[in-house]
Structure formats: C-alpha cells, structure tokens
Design a protein around this ligand. Structure first.
Ligand code: NAP
Length: 260
C-alpha cells in the first residue's frame, strides 16, 4: 500500500507491445516526450528494441525492453511475472498505468486463397493475444489506468486481401467496448485507435517503399498523402494525457480522412 501511494506521485508507466519499431516505437517515444516511462516489447528484433530504449533514455525517461510473442498466449503468465519484476526493479512499484495493445503483423490473402495457417497466425496475434494479454496484465494495471487498442481503417472500409485482418480489427473494436464496460468500475478507460495506411515496415513497408502504393493511398486520403508514424504516436500520447480522462469505449480513426 505504501508502495502504491508512492506510485501516485511517480512518473506514469506504459506498456507498449511492439514498441520496438513503427507505430509502437513512435508511441513510446511520444509518451516519453510527455513524461511517461515505458516497458516496450519486441518479438524477434532485440537490436531495434535496444535502439528504441536508448532513444527514450536520451529523452530523460526510463524504458525497459521485454521479449513477447503476442501470438503465444501460453507464455503470458510468465510475461506478467517479468513485468512485475521490471516494475519493481526499475520503478519500485507493482503496477503500471497504461497498456497499448499495438503489436501486429500483416498476412494478406483473398477469401479465395487465404491459408488456414495465416488465418490462425492473424487470429492469435490480433485477437486472442490482445484479449488474454490484457486479462493477464489486468491485476497489474492501476485503478484509474487506461488501455488503448490498435485497430485499422480496414475495419471500416474494405480492400481486397484484408478480409481476415480487417475482420479481426473489427472484433478489437467491439472488444474495446466490452473492456470499457467491464473495467469502467475500476476507473479504467478503454479506447481504440484506427490508423489509416502509415509508412512503417508493416506489410513489407509497401506504403513507404512502393511508390504506386504510396500514391494510391495519397489519392484516396482527404489530406492528400500517406500517414507517417509521427501522425499516430503523438495522438496516442495526447489520448493518454491526464486531461483526457472521461472518454471511454470510443473508436478514433487517425487516417487523414481515408475513403471518406
Ligand atoms: P511494424 O512497423 O511492422 O512493427 C511491428 C511491431 O510488432 C514490431 O515491434 C514487432 O517486433 C512487433 N511484433 C511483430 N510480430 C509480433 C508478435 N508475434 N508478437 C509480439 N510482437 C510482434 O508495424 P506497425 O505499422 O508499427 O503496426 C503496429 C500496429 O498498427 C499493428 O497492430 C498494425 O496492425 C496496426 N496498423 C498499422 C497500419 C500501418 O499502415 N502501418 C495501419 C493500421 C493499423 P519485432 O521487430 O521484434 O518483430
């Protein structure tokens, strides 16, 4: 209890899954600029995670990188213990404030051609993993904390090849409302951010590196260009600010106006 009271006066701590690259990293760095420390997770690229931690530390904030495969729910109990240790060792506390369920992969496939193994991989990472990771971490989320789930514009509009991915992101949006309902009594707000197409490594980096794909995205976007990581991370940091405490169960599309 003494530890918890002390935690109130300390810096906030967020867990950002997939915080080593792309939108997760941009979110962790943006949170650091807002005075929030982070536990970031990576899947296989430890070197990138280390550079993300250094970038955050250079901003004067604390950060720890932990390995996690969000597609393997059997590992989540052990991960929750690792989180406890990191919180104790680095922050001298038992709880954290914000969970950003961001980690994800692209595995496109038409309804005709989708392979069952890719379907299962998408399902495990984008739906089952988000549900059970949140469940396992819930005891460590401080009352009054927040959860942000990451969806996609593809949950609202349809592009060929994204039936499974888009449907699972749609499921995350529904799950967000249920989380908001069940966690509201603990003062935990839960919202879902749906980015449009953003220039990251995602999907082989095609939005960033394929001029045709980039031009197509720009052509169907009201703001006239593809999104950048800097269009997303700072928005999530603002969403998680103290000033924004009464919004819950909301879907926020951050796409520069794709397919309006
Ligand atoms: P990204 O640049 O490819 O980064 C993916 C991150 O997730 C990396 O940190 C990666 O770690 C981690 N990761 C990959 N597989 C994982 C697994 N099985 N378990 C745990 N972590 C894993 O992707 P991004 O563009 O930042 O995408 C982040 C989120 O935004 C995803 O949920 C995605 O669906 C969503 N989104 C992206 C876009 C877009 O256009 N970029 C649009 C809408 C929504 P390693 O480096 O170690 O593999």
């Amino acid at each position: 209890m003494a530890q918890e009271n002390a935690a109130n006066s300390k810096n906030k701590v967020a867990i950002v899954t997939g915080g080593s690259r792309g939108l997760g990293r941009n979110t962790a760095v943006s949170l650091a600029k807002h005075g929030v420390d982070t536990i970031i997770t990576y899947h296989s690229n430890r070197a990138e995670a280390d550079t993300a931690v250094s970038e955050i530390q250079a901003l004067g904030r604390k950060s720890v990188a932990l390995q996690l495969d969000t597609g393997k729910s059997a590992t989540f109990d052990a991960f929750a213990v690792e989180v406890k240790h990191a919180l104790n060792d680095t922050w001298d506390r038992d709880t954290f404030d914000y969970l950003v369920n961001n980690a994800g992969i692209s595995a496109p496939g038409s309804i005709t051609d989708m392979k069952e193994e890719d379907f299962d991989r998408l399902y495990n990472i984008h739906f089952k993993g988000v549900f059970f990771l949140t469940q396992k971490l819930l005891p460590s989320i401080k009352d009054g904390g927040r959860i942000v789930n990451i969806s996609s514009g593809l949950a609202r509009f349809a592009l060929p090849g994204y039936a499974v991915y888009g449907s699972l992101k749609g499921a995350i949006e529904v799950m967000t409302r249920y989380m908001a309902k069940e966690l509201g009594p603990r003062g935990i707000a839960v919202n879902v951010v749906a980015p449009g197409a953003i220039e990251t490594d995602f999907g082989g980096g095609s939005v960033r590196d394929n001029p045709q794909a980039n031009k197509f995205v720009a052509s169907i976007t009201a703001m006239g260009r593809a999104g950048l990581p800097d269009d997303i991370g700072p928005m999530i940091a603002v969403l998680l600010s103290d000033e924004n405490r009464w919004m819950t169960a909301q879907r926020l599309e951050v796409s520069g106006g794709m397919f309006l």
